[in-house]
Design a binder for this molecule. Structure first.
Ligand code: HEM
Length: 430
């Protein structure tokens, strides 16, 4: 059994779609596989549902903090080392580089923390994401979704990613954070740069990604100025005024939260919305089921999440010698958990390669599980339901009117451009 033809480190292999054939080979032939990629990165690949759960639920054994949650990247590590050694980095960059050495990421974000620190940081924002609070946003989010579809409906054609899919999560998270309208486009551009670092069309290098983080840091500081002396009912005010372990957040910790919430709240939901629309266009019989009975949309949203998870993978690092499924893992070994692979595990899902909007039960892992279970899952589900409840009955007979252009990334399952044509209709609001 040789799996040496598989290379999950080169983003080129994700441009035509998630390489499900490779993930299936891994899952069936060597579910905890030591993978040596063409970029020089090497790590364990975890591809089964049960194992992804096991790793995610044991944060003290499989750390998010030790080396961060990004796939090992030899080029990035070298760049960081050079920056610090040569003293080229300005004070902010240097601090960020140091954080990176400690936490694997550019900022000390809670995604890359372990308990007990993670628990304390998460508590700070969890209160703003309870199901009850999110449910209170529902009427407003539905209204926004209606306006977004109104803006394109008369034209009968749109660039779906920017005109429809990106708008709702961007407006919602910016409103929740208290980001003024004039700053929202920049937040959108910066977060694109931060996740598009492997795509030459969006950003050319890790350097640019770093610069985007610096840009986001500057933006976070600008927004903080609005609420530091004048707190209001928004997340930024909460971050500035609530305390962790009896202390206010440092500037860096505040900026890290700002960055995590804006990026995580934007890219993922947009990606799922776009892939969902693509799947419905490609499977007209499935779309018809939802047109005939819109009460099935929530079930369909879960299937879209399962079939096309927004995030391909996250990484963990073993904190001691251990085993997964009998494979001997050494302390400090990188472990990469693959969501699209776990979501199509034959032992858990019947006919897993089939897109079935009526699938139930559907225990997909697209929001992760355990310690770092997606903070925004309730919000994302609300947004996805709201937008598809507008799209499905109103954008009738949709079809592609141009090529679907995917993001070159083995991290985000993104789409850059997708032109869609449909029967023109009437606006519903003024
Ligand atoms: C469909 C949309 C989304 C998907 C598929 C998604 C996916 C995920 C996944 C897989 C994780 C787990 C990371 C890990 O285990 O290391 C995560 C964590 C997180 N997500 Fe989401 N997410 C989505 C939307 C959102 C939204 C709208 C927000 C809003 C603010 C958000 C905020 C976060 C945060 C803050 C974390 C880190 C939680 C922690 O470290 O405790 N996500 N997300």
């Amino acid at each position: 059994m040789s799996l040496s033809h598989i290379d999950l480190t080169n983003p080129d292999h994700f441009v035509e779609g998630t390489p499900h054939e490779w993930l299936t080979e891994l899952r069936n032939q060597d579910p905890v596989h030591w993978h040596q990629g063409s970029t020089g990165a090497a790590f364990w690949c975890v591809t089964k549902w049960e194992d992804l759960r096991y790793v995610s639920r044991n944060p003290m054994l499989f750390s998010s903090q030790r080396k961060g949650t990004n796939m090992p990247n030899p080029r990035m590590e070298e760049l960081m080392r050079q920056r610090v050694e040569s003293g080229v980095a300005n004070p902010t960059m240097a601090a960020m580089a140091q954080q990176s050495e400690e936490g694997g990421g550019v900022f000390p974000i809670m995604l890359m923390m372990d308990p007990p620190r993670h628990v304390a940081f998460r508590r700070l924002v969890q209160r703003s994401f309870t199901p009850r609070l999110i449910e209170e946003l529902a009427p407003h989010i539905r209204e926004l979704a209606r306006t977004i579809v109104d803006r394109v409906i008369e034209k009968g054609d749109c660039e779906f990613v920017t005109e429809v899919a990106a708008e709702l999560p961007l407006q919602v998270i910016c409103e929740m954070m208290g980001v003024p309208e004039e700053d929202r486009q920049e937040i959108f551009d910066l977060s694109n740069l931060m996740i598009g670092f492997d795509d030459p069309e969006l950003g050319e290098s890790e350097e640019q990604r770093m610069m985007a983080s610096v840009g986001m840091f500057t933006k976070a500081m600008k927004v903080a100025e609005l609420y530091r002396d004048n707190p209001q009912e928004n997340l930024t005010s909460h971050l500035l005024h609530r305390e962790v372990d009896g202390e206010k957040l440092s500037e860096m910790d505040y900026a890290a939260f700002f960055l995590l919430l804006t990026v995580a709240g934007n890219e993922t939901t947009r990606t799922v919305t776009t892939n969902g629309m693509r799947l419905l266009i490609e499977n007209p019989d499935q779309l018809q089921q939802l047109v005939d009975d819109p009460s099935r949309i929530p079930t369909a949203v879960e299937e879209i999440l399962r079939y096309e998870p927004a995030v391909h993978h996250f990484r963990r690092t073993a904190t001691q010698d251990t085993e997964i499924r009998g494979r001997k893992i050494k302390e400090d070994d990188p472990i990469v958990i693959w969501y699209p692979a776990a979501n199509r595990d034959e032992e858990v899902f019947e006919d897993p390669q089939r897109f079935d909007v009526a699938r139930h039960p559907n225990e997909h892992l697209s929001f992760g599980i355990g310690e770092h279970f997606c903070l925004g899952a309730n919000l994302a589900r609300l947004e996805l339901n709201a937008i598809f409840e507008e799209i499905i009955p109103r954008l009738r007979n949709p079809e592609f009117s141009g090529p679907v252009r995917r993001l070159r990334s083995n991290f985000i399952n993104g789409v850059k451009e997708m032109r869609v044509r449909f029967d023109p209709g009437k606006r519903l609001s003024e």
